[in-house]
Design a protein around this ligand. Structure first.
Ligand SMILES: Nc1ncnc2c1ncn2[C@@H]1O[C@H](COP(=O)(O)OP(=O)(O)O)[C@@H](O)[C@H]1O
Ligand SMILES: [Mg+2]
Length: 247
């Protein structure tokens, strides 16, 4: 079953008297439980598209349906309720609140959604165990390593058991060893909790764990690799077809 369906999504920005088309007629269908990676050059529109799918920004046109609900048509308060209950977001920089402990940071989404303790207790225990955060819970973000900070950010994104998790270069600020560790923990936790994951990364080694890799190029999104292997781009396909026609 498809959990996220985006159709003909366009996002343009006006810069002075120029119009930048950051996302150009993008369509994608994501199945429940899939891990989708989006790669592409800097400035190709990856973050813009992810933010649109997560309801952090609105497109100029097109629709984005999550479990059948078109988030582009929701009123602001309806959208923030929907985001709080069904979506989670992990950024490149952890964005933890510096004056609160790791545990307090993890619990922020439960406070925003007025969740009673018994409704998240079990999930909290699971996350602390899966992400190995037990000994660091009462520390401030500044007292944690980069990898630990990012693990807290993952727990915060997952505490409300969102159905879709969005991650924008979640390991982009970490060295190889920490990046691999955080990714493995993220994927194991996703497996355990059954989320769908849409991740932007410039790291092909990380993207290779995904069920499908899409590539963003100048605002356009194309399938780059799935379980059957790498896709030839449409230009290559056309030229082979032309060649075949001549043979
Ligand atoms: N808030 C904004 N205002 C104006 N232009 C923007 C804004 N956000 C992104 N852009 C432009 O949109 C394009 C895509 O940016 P972005 O989605 O951040 O790319 P990526 O994440 O792939 O590096 C870039 O040309 C960028 O300059
Ligand atoms: Mg980006």
């Amino acid at each position: 079953m498809s959990i996220l369906i985006a159709e003909n999504v366009i996002k343009q920005y006006k810069q002075y008297d120029e119009v930048v088309t950051a996302v150009n007629r993008v369509s994608i269908k994501i199945e429940d439980g899939e891990f989708i990676a989006i790669i592409g050059a800097s400035g190709s529109g990856k973050s813009t598209f992810l933010n649109l799918c997560a309801g952090l920004d609105r497109p100029n046109s097109g629709s984005i349906k999550i479990r059948g609900n078109d988030i582009t048509q929701m009123k602001p308060d309806e959208l923030s309720r929907f985001r709080g209950n069904f979506l989670g977001f992990i950024y490149q920089r952890h964005n933890l609140l510096p004056q609160y402990t790791a545990l307090e940071n993890i619990l922020i989404p439960t406070i925003m959604c007025n969740k009673e303790e018994f409704r998240y207790e079990e999930t909290l225990k699971k996350l602390i165990k899966a992400l190995d955060l037990g000994s660091r819970l009462h520390h401030l973000p500044s007292e944690l390593s980069g990898g630990q900070q990012q693990r807290v950010a993952i727990a915060r994104a997952m505490i409300n058991r969102p159905q879709v998790l969005f991650a924008d270069e979640p390991t982009g600020n970490l060295d190889r060893e920490n990046a691999d560790e955080v990714l493995n923990l993220l994927l194991a936790t996703k497996e355990q909790m059954g989320q769908t994951l849409l991740m932007v990364t410039h790291d092909l080694k990380i993207a290779d764990h995904a069920d499908k890799i899409y590539k963003m190029d100048n605002g356009e999104l194309m399938l780059f690799k799935d379980k059957d292997g790498y896709k030839r781009n449409s230009f290559e396909k056309e030229s082979t077809e032309t060649k075949e026609a001549f043979n």
